[in-house]
Design a protein around this ligand. Structure first.
Ligand code: AMP
Ligand code: MG
Length: 522
């Protein structure tokens, strides 16, 4: 991989753990520990992204090389690099969890390409000092889900970590999927993911919780220097700007999630990136029938803290924790509180604009709150597929009747026989309003459809689609991974030969493990 330009800014400039043994421990006065990946017993490349490879300076030919296989499975360490695991802490499900750290992620190195910096990280390459009680490994099922979803999100235009490669390790991993006393062996896998950095809110929380304020200051300044170089001014002003930037990018990311129906599932502060990118794909899911109370994560099924409709509030809660972590450098609560308060007001106003754009409405309308609330209530009267509903709004003309408009989206109903009486009346009323708004627009139907198609994806990684790819891969057939990868590269385009993926969740997937029920076991 001759064009890989190695940079080691993180390890060169930040405090390292002097202990270099690979033993589970509490690590103080350091933000990372050097650790080598565990060698896999029989690595095999399942899929790699040529686009991501090129982005970091690896050619398509090199993907097939033995070096690629060895480096991105953990077998071999790149010259002039020293892999490391990061130390961070965090709040999990609302509770302080203390030190967490990269328990099964190992950063290989940073690279520079075309004036951009990337960190390359293996997930599932074995134990680190932060593995706590677990094994540091990842199973094929969760690795396929992470690999595909990160790329699907990228092509949807949503800030995210990227996926470079998906490998089988050749090792067996023991997992109890539903934590109900039925452990079984599964195939182990390693994903290499790529991001500007893998620094989390919890990275800052850790330093403050330990009262390591000198390291905190150094760490924040490191972040500003390399990831937010546009921030200038007095130190305090810079720290506030840094917080404001993270709040802004986080808000934009959540807005995208709400636009496409993505539910992260584990929005703990250790899973929140300072770059405002989607990170740590675990028990995530996609809304099928529109239900703001839905969460795919069975571990959270009681409280539903991380349900779809709660994601903006949780993002704000997480930002509070980041603000607390930065507070000792700023010593003034008010400017931080202001940023936190404006997070929700700005989110609400952006959210309205976003929903109106999904409806193809560009001119502001009166009573937009009521109009949107009415729609969202209707979507829940009878199970209605979110993706199909919004996409099929491109199927009628503004001169059509409410009855015809409703007919255009009827494919979205899981139980069409329920659309009668008051449910039918409610829908017709809403469509009457909607058509009136459309008729006040100057855009033609064609122009409107173009705008709508750019924000209402046709193809998303429905939970059952990932599961089908997993079931096939378990039997050694990786063709569906490749097919879905290609499909999801053009989520907004019509792909007539791929129409079978533009369909409601099949009945068998309604309550199947891996489709509607996922756990953190991965
Ligand atoms: P997550 O819920 O996946 O974000 O993980 C929370 C913490 O548990 C992080 O510190 C992870 O690195 C760690 N962790 C999760 N799974 C494993 C595993 N299989 N082995 C070691 N650590 C893990
Ligand atoms: Mg995590």
């Amino acid at each position: 991989m001759k064009n890989l330009t190695i940079r080691n800014r993180f390890t060169n400039e930040l405090p390292a753990d002097p202990d270099e043994t690979n033993e589970i421990r509490q690590v103080s006065k350091a933000v990372f520990s050097y650790v080598n990946p565990t060698k896999p017993s029989n690595p095999k490349l399942i899929h790699a992204s040529e686009e991501v490879a090129e982005m970091i300076g690896i050619s398509a030919d090199e993907i097939q090389s033995e070096e690629f296989l060895n480096v991105f499975s953990g077998e071999e360490i790149l010259p002039h690099t020293r892999p490391y695991a990061m130390c961070y802490a965090g709040h999990q499900f609302g509770n302080w969890a203390g030190q967490l750290g990269d328990g099964r992620a190992i950063n290989l190195t940073e690279v520079e390409h075309d004036n951009q910096f990337f960190t390359l990280q293996l997930k599932g390459a074995g134990k680190t000092p932060y593995s706590r009680t677990a094994d540091g490994l990842a199973v094929l099922r969760s690795s396929i889900r992470e690999y595909l979803c990160a790329e699907a999100m990228y092509y949807l235009g949503i800030p995210t970590t990227r996926s470079l490669s998906l490998m089988l390790s050749g090792d067996e991993v023991l997992r109890d999927i539903l934590y109900n006393g039925n452990p079984a062996y599964e195939k182990g896998a390693v994903v290499c993911r790529v991001a500007p950095s893998f620094i989390r809110f919890g990275s800052f929380e850790m330093l403050t919780a330990r009262n390591e304020l000198k390291n905190l200051k150094e760490f924040v300044e490191y972040n500003i220097k390399y990831y937010f170089p546009e921030i200038k001014g007095e130190p305090k002003e810079q720290y506030l700007q840094f917080f404001k930037t993270v709040a802004n990018t986080t808000r934009e990311m959540i807005l995208h999630w709400q636009r496409v129906g993505f539910v992260h599932g584990v929005m703990n502060t250790d899973n929140m990136s300072i770059h405002g990118i989607t990170i740590d794909y675990g028990p995530y899911g996609w809304l099928e029938n529109y239900d703001p109370n839905w969460t795919p994560n069975t571990t959270d099924s009681q409280n539903r803290r991380y349900r779809f409709g709660n994601q903006p509030q949780i993002a704000q809660w997480n930002l509070y924790q980041l603000a607390n972590a930065l507070y000792p450098l700023i010593n003034e609560a008010e400017p931080l509180e202001k940023i936190l308060e404006s997070f929700i007001t700005e989110f609400d106003s952006d959210y309205k604009k976003m929903i109106l754009s999904k409806l193809g409405l560009v001119t502001p309308i009166e009573n937009d709150d009521e109009f949107i609330a009415y729609l969202e209530s209707n979507l829940q009267l009878s199970e209605t597929d979110m993706t199909i509903f919004y996409r099929n709004l491109n199927k009628f003309k503004k001169t059509d009747s409410p009855e015809n408009a409703l007919k255009s989206i009827e494919d979205a109903f899981y139980n069409p026989e329920e659309i009668k009486d008051t449910i039918l009346d409610n829908w017709l009323l809403w469509f009457t309003d909607y058509l009136e708004h459309l008729n006040n627009e100057t855009t033609s139907d064609e122009e409107r459809n173009k705008l709508q198609n750019a924000v209402n994806p046709k193809y998303v990684l429905r939970n059952y689609m990932a599961q089908l790819a997993i079931d096939a891969a378990d039997k050694g057939d990786y063709s569906l991974i490749a097919e879905l990868y290609e499909l999801l590269k053009k989520p907004y385009e019509e792909q007539p030969e791929k129409e079978r993926w533009f369909a409601k969740r099949p009945d068998w997937a309604r309550s199947k493990v891996g489709c509607s029920m996922l756990s953190c076991s991965s």
